[in-house]
Design a protein around this ligand. Sequence first.
Ligand code: PEP
Ligand code: MG
Length: 327
Amino acid sequence: RRAVFAQLRNEAPVTRDGHRVTVMVNAGLRDDVAALDLTGADGIGLFRTEFQFLVSATLPQREEQRRLYRDVLEAAGDRPVIFRTVDIGGDKALPYLHHDAEGEEENPAMGWRALRLALDRDGLMKAQARALIEAGAGRTLNVMFPMVSEPWEFDEARALFEAQRAWLAARGRKLPNVIRYGAMLEVPALAEVLDQLLPRLDFLSIGTNDLTQFLFAADRAHPKLALRYDWLSPAILRFLRRVSEQARAAEVPVAVCGEMGGRPLEALALIGLGIDRLSITPAAVGPIKAMLRSLDRGAAMAAVQGMLDRPERSVRTMLGEWAEAQG
Ligand code: PEP
Ligand code: MG
């Protein structure tokens, strides 16, 4: 099977009825970029910049950050890379940032993390913005903010980047040709005010790992809960349908970058909801491409829609049977 998937490297993820799906990979370290060539993915849909911070004993200096981002962009060539600003805090606490004085958190996943921390510690965010803008000189730079809960947080983060761009421009430095700004949707509250945020976004990416834990109030790392809440539950699928329809109506590209998209049945459901941009773990690219190339998207859309209103049966069972029947 490995050989079969390897052969798919050069095959595009096109459904049987001719719809081109975008399949990107999630990455976080310099070496992960090799996955692009190995899998033939369309780009990096989520580059987790906090990994560099997590593997370092001290705060990575701006120059170290810039070098990593530049290396990643060079290796990616023409393929887009979406850099997510640091998602530290929560379960990714850093000894050199989280001091005892700041106190232990009882609920770190819902705590002082990601954009919340970055907007408070804006020196950290400014350094990262400078590093990214310098690294993106002469290219398109895609920046994405994690854990956006309210539109003002996105505005503040974007303004911080724009201020760094202006600072560099005033000094005659070479800049990115364009900077595209996106938000992650992983806090359910954001969905309720998405209409206010969408006009300001260049793209939206749904982080189903955190989104699921917050929708179900169920710790994503808790072994006793791992099997209880299903990514194919109507609650999640209806939520994703609503958000993706809203984004599409506003002409904002929408992707899913959580682990969900890397599982064939889950990815099938996402395609059925009209989501056609996935960013997944590199090992899943082969299996997902194989699934997509055997799929009739139109039929999947009709089938999945019908399954969201049948409380008496599990969507996983129905979708599994449907997929089986399709061969
Ligand atoms: C997510 O929450 O779905 C996501 C992609 O981000 P992370 O797994 O890094 O929290
Ligand atoms: Mg997340």
